[in-house]
Design a protein around this ligand. Structure first.
Ligand SMILES: [Fe+2]
Length: 404
């Protein structure tokens, strides 16, 4: 996460204020306030020129200065976005000349924007609640608030998923957002619920699994922020401290109305099938099912997310890694059910290939290596046939092209 200054007139709804807004030494807007219409109006009324916001990608000047540093690379730059927009227009014209229809069906995420925004707002409150209370188990009001909030979100997720039983969760449901922790919790909950349903869990277990997934990292609130945000490699000492977060998480939830299943699910979400995980090094089916499901969702979402110290991994690479760790890190049945419900490259997704050509997915029967139509020439490439020479380098989200 980066902090960058933006002019108030360029400020977008939804941005997160990174530093308090002061005028005449008086604080008017606190840090971590999300910009909405009222905040925008307030800033204009106060005559504030610019504010600091949190951003997923490095600030522009830094990005240009470090253009050779892949860690600081935005997924696409201005000219690439323009090229893609142009190629999409050419493709439409080409199709018209050929008398072919261009499928205009938009990729529809499982979670609508409103549900996601509401859910993330709830997570933010939930995390703040936990951060500011020493022991939620000694504070029934806080414990009740935390649990009822997460319960509400899980119910909403379950409803959204059940509304389309044949549907898949796809990468567009998971990415394109800032504020890693909040969206990560939501994405892990979504992926876990979908996987749990595919594993055949009943409604009540899904509710518990959802809460567990949602709260899996709350113990991180008790780890010093400098360690959580450290960009370089952790020292052994620091790593030991981080490894305690599942234990902190379970103890935060102790003596609440949440069942043992939820607490244990949180406690063991970093265990590995081989017994080489933490905190206890338990193995195989001794690891609770909830933890086995959450660990797959957690790793997949973490690998495919942009982090300050590395670029996001493509969904198929992340999947290949997870599959290659079946029986060492992950449970075979869980991974099979996870992969079955995940659509890595939905039809109509725009992707950039390793040779920088841009394509649009036209057939995804092969999940990891779909068939793409190159935007420039209309040529179809079966990535399964050329998978050793060419692969998808990144997924380009509509926001990436539109917002530049
Ligand atoms: Fe974790």
């Amino acid at each position: 996460m980066y902090i960058t200054d933006v002019k108030v007139e360029e400020l977008r709804i939804g941005a997160m204020i990174a530093q308090p807004v002061l005028k005449d030494k008086q604080k008017f807007i606190s840090e971590n306030t999300r910009v909405d219409k009222n905040i925008l109006k307030r800033l204009q009324q106060l005559g504030i020129d610019s504010v600091s916001i949190r951003t997923k990608y490095p600030p522009k000047n830094l990005k240009e200065a470090n253009s050779n540093d892949s860690h600081n690379k935005s997924p696409i730059n201005k000219s690439k976005a323009e090229t893609i927009r142009q190629q999409l227009r050419f493709r439409e014209i080409r199709k018209k000349i050929e008398g072919k229809e261009v499928s205009s069906s938009k990729i529809k995420p499982v979670l609508g924007d409103t549900l996601r925004e509401e859910a993330v707002e709830n997570i933010r409150q939930l995390f703040t609640e936990i951060e500011t209370s020493e022991n939620i188990q000694n504070n029934t009001i806080t414990a009740h608030k935390v649990i009822s909030k997460s319960d509400e979100i899980v119910k909403q997720l379950e409803m959204a998923i059940t509304a389309d039983p044949e549907g898949h969760v796809h990468i567009y449901d998971l990415k394109q957002y800032d504020e890693y922790t909040f969206h990560h919790s939501l994405s892990v909950a979504l992926l876990s619920i979908v996987t749990g349903k595919q594993c055949g869990l009943d409604y009540w277990d899904i509710m518990k699994l959802g809460q567990c997934a949602f709260l899996h990292d709350i113990g991180k609130q008790k780890i010093p922020i400098e360690i959580i945000n450290k960009k370089g490699k952790l020292t052994d000492e620091e790593f030991k401290i981080v490894q305690q977060h599942p234990v902190h998480g379970a103890s935060i939830l102790e003596n609440t109305i949440l069942s043992d299943d939820v607490r244990n699910g949180v406690k063991y979400h970093h265990e590995k099938l081989s017994g080489r995980g933490y905190p206890e090094g338990i193995s195989g089916k001794d690891i609770p099912l909830f933890s086995r499901i959450i660990s797959v969702a957690d790793v997949f979402d973490a690998l495919t997310s942009y982090r300050p110290y590395r670029d996001p991994m493509t969904p198929h690479k992340a999947c290949e890694i997870i599959i290659s760790e079946i029986n060492t890190s992950f449970d075979y049945d869980v991974v099979t059910n996870f992969v079955a419900k995940l659509e890595l490259y939905p039809v109509n997704a725009i992707v950039e290939l390793a040779d920088e050509r841009i394509g649009i997915v036209v057939d995804n029967n092969n999940k990891l290596n779909p068939i793409v139509e190159l935007l420039e020439t209309g040529e179809r490439l079966d990535l399964h046939k050329v998978k050793d020479q060419l692969e998808i380098m990144q997924v380009i989200y509509p926001n990436d092209i539109e917002s530049i």
